[in-house]
Design a protein around this ligand. Structure first.
Ligand SMILES: Nc1ncnc2c1ncn2[C@@H]1O[C@H](COP(=O)(O)OP(=O)(O)OP(=O)(O)O)[C@@H](O)[C@H]1O
Length: 314
């Protein structure tokens, strides 16, 4: 029995009539890892998360969850919790009553965390006795997370958990997920927001039209990606422009800079080694580098590139 992996999927396929939602998907998620699932609309993310939660069964392939093979008779193991398509809540019950009802539904089958503790953990203590009907989307997401935490899961599966959260709420939820992972819980989370996944995940899987186009550490994705556009702000933009122009592998992207209407900014397109060379030359010439950052994040660039090439192939 594989105890290191919370999820081990091989060649998973799933169709709905003529639609192939998942086509030969492999996924590895180890204990204590926060794994991001990203892809365009209709890529198959929700379908895959649904399989992990036991809401459906795969048509083909093999799936192991927490070391146990999942068969056609899948019922979510007690140690798996989460939600897809938004958390299921009772609108007429308060936050506290929702959690109490869930705990009762699960009966004596599971260890149950304390309701007050999980409300506190997701930051809902102040509204614990208000009805869920009046909750904002962000508050409902937090309550859904509290419901999942109630079961003390070893695998937590969340579809777009940051939906509707304001920046403080998002930081709070990220903190909760970080703590869970540090305690050994595996978390699989989907998002359309690359910046969220970059802040949260150590590994990501990119899906496009039901297939995995990348899976692995974020760092590898950035290294694998092509030349990126970088914003470069220095103490001498004209000299920086001349040096960039004369550095092999570096191209000035005028159109991008023009859009920004910022004379102090140079936008260059380069791979990392050429960019390193440019920075060394700037410094040697006594030009201070005040800002150097990718125009879009490496993850977003890779996402756009990989999903675009997949669409072109298809
Ligand atoms: N119950 C269903 N019946 C029919 N088709 C479905 C069903 N569930 C999903 N699909 C189809 O399977 C494909 C994958 O859908 P899925 O919801 O998994 O994608 P997604 O990556 O989660 O998309 P989004 O980012 O829009 O939520 C889509 O073409 C979708 O229309």
């Amino acid at each position: 029995m594989d105890t290191r992996h919370a999820v081990r999927a091989r060649g998973i396929s799933k169709g709905f009539g003529d639609v192939v939602a998942l086509d030969g998907v492999d996924l590895d998620v180890t204990q204590g890892q926060i794994h991001g699932l990203v892809g365009p609309n209709g890529a198959g993310k929700t379908t895959l998360l649904g399989l992990l939660l036991g809401l459906a069964v795969a048509d083909g392939g093999s799936l192991e969850i927490l070391g146990a093979p999942v068969g056609r008779e899948f019922a979510a193991p007690d140690a798996v919790a989460g939600f897809v398509d938004g958390p299921g809540l009772y609108p007429s019950l308060t936050a506290r009553q929702n959690l109490a009802a869930l705990a009762r539904l699960r009966g004596g089958r599971q260890r149950t965390a304390d309701i007050d503790d999980v409300l506190d953990e997701v930051g809902l203590t102040a509204v614990a006795d208000e009805r869920a009907r009046g909750f904002s989307l962000g508050m409902r997401q937090r309550l859904g997370l509290a419901a999942a935490l109630l079961t003390r899961p070893r695998l937590l599966v969340l579809d777009e958990p940051a939906n509707g959260l304001d920046p403080a709420g998002k930081r709070h939820v990220h903190g909760v997920l970080d703590r869970l992972a540090a305690d050994g819980t595996a978390v699989v989370v989907s998002s359309h927001r690359m910046d969220d996944l970059e802040a949260l995940c150590s590994e990501v899987t990119l899906l496009a039209t039901g297939r995995v186009v990348f899976s692995g550490p974020l760092g590898k994705l950035a290294t694998d990606s092509r030349a990126l556009d970088y914003r470069l702000r220095t103490s001498d933009p004209e000299a920086a422009r001349r040096l960039a122009d004369g550095t092999d592998g570096v191209r000035i992207v005028d159109a991008e800079a023009a859009v920004r209407q910022d004379a102090g900014l140079v936008v260059v397109r380069a791979r990392v080694p050429a960019l390193d060379e440019l920075v060394a030359r700037l410094v040697t010439s006594g030009i201070a580098v005040r800002e150097l950052a990718p125009v879009v994040s490496p993850l977003e660039a890779a996402f756009l590139e990989l999903t675009a090439s997949r669409e072109a192939d298809g």
